[in-house]
Design a protein around this ligand. Structure first.
Ligand code: NAD
Ligand code: UFG
Length: 332
């Protein structure tokens, strides 16, 4: 890989997954520029990334919907590739405030793609989600599954995926790596960066962590009457550092030339499902005390179970998850 291809522009790079990815990028010798409006992150993360890696990088505070800010920031480092994490990600909030989600996630991505096109930077890795598969009886989810997002957040992800597919079809200079994350959890092994949701967490792992840290009395288990082994919901949890490594591997694959390679969609999961109770037990083992829980009704829209078919990531990107549930809980 030449020197030029080592320059990467990361939108949303101070967020949960972005920060872990910056650590892996810097560790792999990339020159990194982070662009983030800090709407869901803390600038302290920048110091933490520098502390973990011991490497300098560039940060620009800005919004992806602001084309002139993007133009200026991108001109600075002359990046060859982009990793696009910036976006809003709360399903419930997207149902309440769809315009906010379409504006930030879809209009924001369009601004980014337009500026990339202007500047001749036509390679990116995009954060998509298993949510684009919608409800499906067939498990595991393969990349060829029918796509059917079920909420505004999911529709924004699917819309950007569709835009990228159209773009790559229309102009052979474009390269897109669409990574469909399953359930990212865990934190960097240093303990310096991790997931730090504002307010009461919606997601399971940060909620369990807050019960362990005595910020809540007990976990609400949303339903124990699903058709799963122990009745609780099953998901494919993947460590944030494994996910971050997946981005570095995907960047390396963006240089492919076949029509198949020009716009890839790849699942990023472990290929294994764990129930809510598996997560509680694993967290108890990691922190050495019990996690109180009570069973409540199912949460609206929750599927009983899903997990990835992760073989494409392995064959195409030479990536597979290496960190097990115990490590995910310990690092959290
Ligand atoms: P995060 O909220 O921690 O990170 C997103 C970052 O983007 C934040 O730092 C935020 O300040 C920034 N941002 C948001 N809107 C912006 C804008 N308009 N301009 C500039 N910066 C902006 O979220 P995350 O968990 O790190 O997720 C990263 C990406 O991965 C998101 O696109 C998300 O939808 C996707 N994703 C996340 C999950 C998950 O469970 N965490 C699962 C699947 C997909
Ligand atoms: N759960 C509880 N109690 C809680 C939180 C969650 O029992 O307090 C259960 C849920 O019912 C589900 C499992 O834990 O069975 C996982 O729930 P999360 O909220 O952690 O994750 P989801 O699978 O519902 O959703 C996540 C992301 C979405 C993304 C989706 C698909 O939050 O943004 O994965 O990738 F779309």
């Amino acid at each position: 890989m030449g020197v030029a291809s080592k320059r990467i522009f990361v939108t949303g790079g101070t967020g949960y997954i972005g920060s872990h990815t910056c650590v892996e990028l810097l560790g792999s010798g990339y020159d990194v520029t982070v662009f983030d409006n800090l709407s869901n992150s803390n600038p302290e993360v920048l110091h933490r990334i520098a502390r973990i890696t011991g490497k300098p990088f560039h940060f620009v505070e800005g919004d992806i919907r602001d084309k002139s800010a993007l133009r200026q920031a991108m001109s600075y480092g002359s990046p060859e590739k982009i990793i696009h994490f910036a976006g809003l990600k709360a399903v419930g909030e997207s149902v309440e405030h769809p315009l906010r989600y379409y504006d930030n996630n879809v209009a924001g991505s369009l601004c980014l793609l337009e500026v990339m096109n202007e500047l001749g930077v036509r390679s990116l890795v995009f954060s998509s989600s298993a949510t684009v598969y919608g409800a499906s009886e067939e498990l595991p989810y393969k990349e060829t599954h029918r796509l059917a997002a079920m909420n505004p957040y999911g529709v924004t992800k699917l819309t950007v995926e569709n835009i990228l597919r159209d773009l790559c079809r229309s102009d052979t200079r474009w390269r897109a790596g669409i990574l469909r994350y399953f359930n990212p959890v865990g934190a960097h092994a240093s303990g310096l960066i991790g997931e730090d949701p504002r307010g009461v967490p919606n997601n399971l792992m940060p909620y369990i962590a807050q019960v362990a840290g005595a910020r809540h009395d007990c976990l609400n288990v949303w339903g124990d009457d699903f058709p799963t082994e122990d009745g609780t919901g099953v998901r494919d949890y993947v460590h944030a550092t494994d996910l971050a490594v997946g981005h570095v591997k995907a960047l390396g694959h963006l240089d492919g030339d076949s029509s198949h390679d020009r716009c890839l969609a790849v699942n990023i999961g472990t290929g294994r499902g764990h129930s809510v109770m598996d997560m509680v037990r694993a967290f108890e083992a990691a922190c050495g005390h019990t996690i109180a829980f009570k069973v409540g009704p199912r949460r609206d829209g929750d599927l009983p179970a899903y997990f990835a078919d992760a073989t494409l990531a392995q064959t195409l990107l030479d990536w597979q998850a290496e960190r097990d549930l115990a490590t995910m809980c310990r690092d959290t």
